[in-house]
Design a protein around this ligand. Structure first.
Ligand SMILES: [Zn+2]
Length: 292
């Protein structure tokens, strides 16, 4: 094994571009924990605004004056038939029919043979579509392709892609036929998309806990190593899942380094500033460069 350089030596090599620096940091790391937020999917073209949104939901935009797909996905629709008219189209676009994204492919390529694990707040299907090893990915905020009881009466999720396609096909005037509305097999209330909400949290079943355990195991195994916490496109909507734990774990390990790829300049706690690098260039371009 080659002698590891000190992070600081690399950080002071000011002749390096951001991509060159990142590339070397990944190569020098003994473990890489990658945290992915909405900015990564947006960077690779899965945007929640613009044509991708207006092409898929012109009727909903006209009726409710919706301004982006995130707001739309959280909107309190008129009834269950309208909710599922929206969600069926949304989950085809952002999950079942989601194509591979170049930035994800590039990242996977760069991480080949590396000791890494991913945690993401994205509920889309970008990692699967880009052929990541899903045993290395923890989707902490649920998945658009899964359903849960809207009363959270039991901890089990469901999936029925064929029914989603039927809902999308057979809807009219922004409503699916009443007989296609899915119901909880235990208590009978309507099912909803598997996601977290402020009051009730999220339905977390065996599949979720397996992902969580694999992630926690990775953190434990690599706890005292030279760990690179690489945060890509993570904003400040839910800092408790990636941003704050990454900062905390960096502070607890003097060999760790925290790299945040973001065009916004978020506050960095004083204690970890010497262990922090901010990359503010275009996410997709930087990742593409390091994948070569
Ligand atoms: Zn139920």
């Amino acid at each position: 094994m080659p002698q590891l350089k000190h992070w600081q030596t690399l950080m002071m090599e000011s002749s390096l571009t951001q991509a060159e620096l990142l590339n070397q940091l990944i190569d020098e790391a003994e473990a890489v924990v990658i945290g992915i937020g909405a900015g990564m999917s947006a960077a690779t073209g899965f945007t929640y605004v613009g044509k991708r949104f207006t092409d898929a939901f012109p009727d909903f935009i006209t009726k409710y004056r919706l301004f982006d797909m995130l707001q739309a996905s959280l909107f309190d629709f008129e009834d269950e038939q309208e909710y599922w008219a929206f969600q069926s189209r949304f989950s085809l676009l952002n999950f079942f029919d989601q194509p591979a994204g170049q930035a994800y492919i590039d990242l996977r390529f760069k991480m080949t043979d590396k000791n890494y694990h991913v945690i993401t707040t994205n509920a889309d299907n970008a990692f699967y579509a880009s052929e990541f090893d899903m045993d290395k990915v923890f989707r902490i905020q649920g998945e658009y392709g899964l359903w849960q009881c809207s009363d959270h009466c039991h901890q089990q999720t469901y999936q029925d892609e064929a029914l989603i396609r039927q809902m999308a096909r057979e809807q009219s005037d922004m409503k699916i036929p009443a007989n296609l509305v899915p119901h909880c097999p235990k208590c009978g209330v309507v099912l909803e998309v598997n996601k977290r909400n402020e009051e009730k949290g999220m339905v977390e079943d065996g599949h979720f806990h397996e992902q969580k355990e694999r992630y926690e195991q990775f953190l434990k195994e690599n706890k005292d190593k030279k760990v690179l916490f690489l945060e890509i496109g993570v904003g400040h909507t839910t800092p408790q899942f990636i941003k704050h734990p990454f900062q905390q774990m960096t502070e607890e390990n003097e060999k760790a380094l925290y790299v945040t790829m973001n065009q916004k300049d978020y506050f960095i706690p004083h204690a970890i500033r010497p262990q922090t690098i901010r990359i503010d260039e275009d996410i997709a371009e930087v990742i593409h460069t390091i994948s070569k």
